[in-house]
Design a protein around this ligand. Structure first.
Ligand code: URA
Length: 206
């Protein structure tokens, strides 16, 4: 498993994690020459949100959740009464995995492989041990695997809390980029479910 690649002590601070992921070459994505995107927000947040990986915009800016999917997430957080500045926002995988699409040369997102998630999860666990959130919200299957160390069906486990070692609660919902890929009718229904999941999380935080 990925943890075997890490022989050093856990990072002592979120800053040390940011530096560590920038230098991390333990998986192929870490070796692709892109910039690592660290988590951001409140270092003692009650809620930690885990996405999949930085996208094109996030890699350029060096900040999580500022592109199209991030805008969907932020507007839903807002509607649920959750201030993103009070959250620890991070990703399962710290570098952007993509293929170049000819001839536009657009960088096309690729999903991380299970072993890439499993390698990077040592960093995500290290973040969780430092932030000590009451709740963790995993967005989509990659994030769920990152937190749990195994694959689960998002549709089966969404909408209910799962206990995590250390006392935190894990909630799993869909990834906001999934909402962006749906046509209008399906999107409205899925947005409503996403909003309901965020309201459940907000209620647990209150
Ligand atoms: N999608 C993610 O999962 N994370 C980001 O940071 C941006 C988009």
């Amino acid at each position: 498993s990925g943890a075997a690649l890490f022989t050093e002590a856990r990072p002592a601070s979120l800053e040390a994690i940011a530096a560590g992921i920038s230098a991390c070459t333990r998986c192929p994505i870490g070796c692709n020459g892109t910039r690592a995107v660290a988590g951001e927000g409140r270092s003692d947040a009650a809620l930690m949100i885990v996405g999949e990986q930085p996208g094109d915009s996030e890699e350029q800016a060096g900040r999580p959740f500022i592109g199209p999917a991030g805008q969907v997430l932020r507007s839903h957080l807002d509607q649920a009464g959750i201030d993103p500045a009070q959250v620890w926002l991070t990703n399962a995988v710290k570098h952007f995995k993509f293929v170049m699409r000819a001839p536009s040369k657009r960088r096309l997102h690729q999903s991380p492989a299970a072993r890439e998630i499993d390698t990077c999860r040592w960093w995500v666990e290290s973040e969780r041990l430092l932030v000590r959130p009451k709740l963790v919200l995993a967005l989509g299957a990659s994030a769920a695997r990152s937190v749990l160390g195994k694959t689960v069906s998002v549709q089966k486990v969404r909408g209910a809390a799962m206990p995590l070692e250390g006392g935190a609660e894990l909630w799993i919902t869909t990834h906001p980029s999934y909402l962006l890929r749906l046509d209008d009718d399906a999107r409205a229904a899925e947005e409503a479910r996403f909003a309901a999941d965020l309201r459940s999380v907000a209620a647990r935080l209150a």
